[in-house]
Structure formats: structure tokens, C-alpha cells
Design a binder for this molecule. Structure first.
Ligand SMILES: Nc1ncnc2c1ncn2[C@@H]1O[C@H](COP(=O)(O)OP(=O)(O)O)[C@@H](O)[C@H]1O
Ligand SMILES: Cc1ncsc1CCOP(=O)(O)O
Ligand SMILES: [Mg+2]
Length: 276
């Protein structure tokens, strides 16, 4: 990517963050028990408005009011899956973008089928780690997964991400040392972040929620909004790491850094992009 284009992507990332702060999008989150706190705090510190409402009984009233829906299958059970499907159907019906985090998609047949069923309800974006995206693209479980963590590098999953984007119609993002974002045609790499993010549970869940907030304010540019969210979260991670002493303090400084990010003060920490 030329310097000029890199600069345009970086400006876009700041513009997206600024719009989230000014428009304060309402994000319905149906997410796992582990991630609820970090996810809500990540959205709040970025300027969005999280609501962890998951009842299928109230979604018909609530989902039409939101700016985007976030579904995460991390602690999936038989009784939560219908709620997820009802909310996803409502989001599609009311033209609200919705974003899927397919946590541990390859861990079991139950989880894989649930994720594939949800993908048939047309998410705007799917964000997973490399093993999750490979499991979904191959529609296979059990062979090379390690629960919620990835046993692959993000570079291993670029072709799987393109294939999943083409088959689903969603923008697909694979996170890792480099985050790759694709619509099946273009592939963009976002290179911010620090390895310590993997030592805090639910940072993947939290960044997927952030993607939902960014797509909420720019739904017709889902690829750009997704890349912006991943880069902004990575910049906050880099800044947080400068103050952190380990995973627990990193969690706190990550949220503080996201809250305090501004284009001028953070200019030395440019969002870094490249075309693949
Ligand atoms: N090695 C790494 N270097 C820098 N950032 C990373 C690294 N691994 C993961 N991240 C970042 O951590 C966050 C969570 O990603 P990841 O650990 O891949 O997801 P998950 O928690 O779902 O497995 C993302 O923002 C990603 O960019
Ligand atoms: C540990 C764990 N178990 C079920 S969901 C979950 C959190 C996973 O979070 P992330 O995918 O962001 O690492
Ligand atoms: Mg995850």
C-alpha cells in the first residue's frame, strides 16, 4: 500500500472513531458470560451504548430500535440459540447491520452447526481467530482447534476468510498478529496490537463488539469500518501496554487508552494498514 493510501485508511479509522463518539450508536449484545463486562466497557469507552439484552421475548420490541446487533456464541447453550436466531432475523428484517463472533466454531458439531445456521441469516461481518475462520470455511470441527484459542496464525486463514466471505456475503475478519479483513475480493491487513491482548480473556469478543459499533455508523462500508475498529483497538492496546505491568493492569489501561485516544495525541501510533 502506498504511503498516501495508508494515510487515507488511517484518517478513515480516526473519522470512524470520531463518528462513534458523536453518534453514540446503540448496540444490542447477545454475548457470552465471560465477555459481558469487558465488551460493555469497551463499547462505552469508545463512545457507543451497549445493551446486553438477549431474551427472545423482548427482541421484537428492542432489536428494531438498535443501530447494530452483536451475536457471540462463546457460552452457547440450547436455550440461548433461539434468542440469537430471533434477533438476527429481526436485524435483517429491519435492515440493521449485525456482526457474528463464532467463538470456538470448530470445537463441536453443535457449535459449528449453530454458527453456520446464524451465517445463513446474513451477518454483515464475521470476526474470528484463524482456527474459527478455517473451521467455518471448511464446515469441519474437531480436527485442529483448541477451544476458544487459535492454533493457527492469522496468515494461515486468509484464503479461508476469502472463501467464507464469498459463500456468506459477509465481510470476514481474521484476528491475530496481523488482522486481515476481506470482502472476498479485497484483502486489507491491519497491523496494530500487542501479543498481551491474547492474555486477557474476551479481547476478541470485545473487538468484535467494537466492529459492530463502527459498522453501525457506516453500514454501507463494512470492510472499511471493520478495518478501522481493529486498528483503533490495536492502537489502544499498544498505548495500554506502555503503562501495563501484566494482563490485569493491561485490561484497565486498554480501556483507559481507548477512552483517551485522539488523533493528535496518538499520532505517533498511527493505525497501520496494508493491502494483501
Ligand atoms: N500476536 C499478536 N500481536 C498483536 N495483536 C494481537 C496478537 N494476537 C491477537 N492480537 C489482537 O488481540 C485481539 C484479539 O484477537 P485474538 O486473540 O485473535 O481473538 P480471540 O480472542 O477471539 O482468539 C485482536 O485485536 C487482535 O488484533
Ligand atoms: C474463555 C471463554 N470460554 C467461553 S467464551 C470465552 C471467552 C473467549 O473470549 P475470546 O474469544 O475473546 O478470547
Ligand atoms: Mg474469540
Amino acid at each position: 500500500m502506498e504511503d498516501e493510501e495508508q494515510g487515507e485508511w488511517a484518517s478513515k479509522a480516526w473519522a470512524h472513531l470520531s463518528s462513534v463518539r458523536s453518534l453514540t450508536p446503540l448496540i444490542q449484545c447477545i454475548t457470552n458470560f465471560v465477555s459481558m463486562d469487558l465488551t460493555a466497557n469497551t463499547l462505552l469507552s469508545a463512545g457507543a451504548s451497549p445493551a446486553m439484552l438477549h431474551s427472545a421475548t423482548e427482541s421484537p420490541d428492542f432489536t428494531p430500535q438498535v443501530h447494530a446487533l452483536y451475536i457471540n456464541v462463546g457460552t452457547l447453550s440450547d436455550d440461548w440459540l433461539p434468542s440469537m436466531k430471533v434477533a438476527a432475523e429481526l436485524a435483517s428484517k429491519f435492515n440493521k447491520p449485525w456482526v457474528l463472533d463464532p467463538v470456538a466454531a470448530g470445537a463441536s458439531g453443535f457449535r459449528l452447526k449453530a454458527c453456520l445456521d446464524l451465517i445463513s441469516l446474513r451477518p454483515s461481518v464475521i470476526r474470528g481467530n484463524a482456527s474459527e475462520i478455517i473451521a467455518l470455511a471448511n464446515a469441519s470441527f474437531g480436527s485442529s482447534t483448541k477451544g476458544v484459542d487459535s492454533s493457527h496464525d492469522s496468515t494461515d486463514a486468509v484464503e479461508a476468510a476469502k472463501s467464507l466471505a464469498n459463500s456468506s456475503g459477509a465481510v470476514v475478519a481474521v484476528s491475530g498478529a496481523v488482522d486481515f479483513i476481506t470482502d472476498g475480493n479485497r484483502v486489507v491487513g491491519a497491523q496494530n496490537g500487542v501479543p498481551m491482548l491474547q492474555k486477557i480473556t474476551a479481547t476478541g469478543c470485545a473487538v468484535t463488539a467494537l466492529i459492530a459499533a463502527f459498522v453501525a455508523i457506516d453500514p454501507s462500508h463494512a470492510l472499511e469500518a471493520t478495518a478501522s475498529a481493529l486498528a483503533v483497538f490495536g492502537v489502544a492496546g499498544e498505548m495500554g501496554m506502555e503503562m501495563a505491568r501484566g494482563p490485569a493492569s493491561m485490561r484497565m489501561h486498554l480501556i483507559d487508552s481507548l477512552y483517551g485516544l485522539d488523533q493528535t495525541a496518538s499520532w505517533t501510533r498511527l493505525p497501520k494498514f496494508r493491502y494483501i
